[in-house]
Write a new protein. Structure first.
Length: 221
């Protein structure tokens, strides 16, 4: 493959990865968890709230188990009164054309809650309304010409009660996994060595890319 072909391929791959991540966000918004799991490679990993969910089975446990029960009432698809608008922006994507691997950093802003008219005893399982902000540092792999999510690493920076805002965070404190599967039926396979640390701590998720001017890796305290 010549230099021009590589440049064109890299641009096409960057756009494909961006589309893949944005599609993930739209499916997640509407509790389409079966469609979400189908976006992952077989040998995938999801890192979420201090837990590592390994392989497609781990992804199913998180999305088709914990998330679908908590937000979807045990069903696939949007539910009455559930708001999970999941805005993904500010992407930085790098692709290795030779190996079919890519890395992407995205900012997430979420508006979530459950409407007060929700006729269900499950209503209290979700805060009425909340704000959330975080960062994805993901890895992707190209299999048979199709880009898939290899590692999805979501690190929330802050979660706040809608009425009080983030200055009075935490309200309530953020949940972090403390046990694994099968002790927790919907828990992770492994606990992360570096569980999320959030506002007001000045935590920085490590950057997958070097500084664009100096070419040096940016150190993270």
């Amino acid at each position: 493959m010549g230099d021009l072909e590589k440049r064109i391929q890299r641009l096409e791959d960057i756009e494909a990865v961006r589309r893949l991540q944005n599609v993930y966000g739209y499916y997640l918004d509407k509790c389409l968890y079966e469609e979400v799991v189908a976006l992952f490679a077989d040998e995938c990993e999801v890192r979420f709230l201090g837990g590592r969910f390994l392989g497609k089975e781990g992804a199913r446990r998180l999305y088709l188990g914990r998330f679908r029960e908590r937000f979807g009432g045990g069903k696939n698809g949007p539910q009455y009164g559930v708001l999970l608008d999941h805005i993904i922006v500010q992407d930085v994507i790098d692709v290795d054309v030779e190996t079919g691997r890519a890395w992407g950093r995205f900012r997430c802003f979420l508006q979530g809650g459950r409407h007060e008219s929700t006729p269900s005893d499950r209503a209290e399982q979700v805060r009425r309304q909340w704000w959330e902000g975080g960062v994805y540092e993901n890895e992707y792999v190209k299999e048979n010409g199709i880009w898939k999510i290899k590692v999805l690493d979501y690190r929330p920076y802050w979660i706040a009660n809608y009425e009080k805002g983030w200055a009075q965070w935490p309200d309530p404190p953020v949940f972090v996994f403390t046990s694994t599967y099968p002790e927790d039926p919907y828990g992770p396979d492994v606990l992360m060595a570096d569980p999320p640390r959030m506002w007001p701590e000045p935590y920085v998720v490590p950057f997958h890319y070097p500084h664009p001017v100096t070419g040096q890796k940016v150190p993270v305290p």
